[in-house]
Design a binder for this molecule. Structure first.
Ligand SMILES: [Zn+2]
Ligand SMILES: [Zn+2]
Length: 133
């Protein structure tokens, strides 16, 4: 399988993932809406050792919220590229992935607190909060 690549809007920062993306999900909670500046997050988990920055890492800036989970974004264009947990890359935002990473969003979570203006298409797998384990 060829490497998955991703980059920010201005193209200054690029990364690659050797191996696949996992557990692609979309969270509609109010915090994710703000973090992703969108109706929901679109995010997939990576294995930290399979992820590497190709170029522009020095342009990254980050915001770490409560619980130690943070996001890294491009200081030039503002794209959010990765999620970090305890200084390790935890996952990538699907919006910055190039091409087809061969995953699809398998679950929409916290749909119970979605924005009033969002219409959820019929047929998507959705949960009001976290899905049962
Ligand atoms: Zn950028
Ligand atoms: Zn959320």
């Amino acid at each position: 399988m060829s490497d998955i690549t991703g980059e920010c809007f201005c193209g200054s920062i690029r990364y690659q993932v050797k191996g696949g993306l996992h557990d692609a999900r979309s969270c509609h909670c109010s915090r994710c809406r703000k973090a992703f500046s969108a109706q929901a997050s679109a995010y997939a988990v990576v294995r930290a050792h399979e992820f590497s920055w190709v170029t522009g890492e020095q342009l990254l800036t980050s915001y770490v919220g409560e619980h130690g989970f943070g996001l890294q974004f491009c200081s030039k264009c503002g794209s959010t590229l990765t999620g970090v947990f305890k200084d390790q890359v935890h996952g990538v935002t699907l919006g910055c992935v190039n091409g087809d990473p061969k995953v699809s969003i398998s679950r929409h979570i916290f749909v119970g607190s979605k924005a009033a203006w969002e219409l959820i298409p019929e047929g998507v797998v959705q949960f009001d909060e976290m899905p049962p384990v």
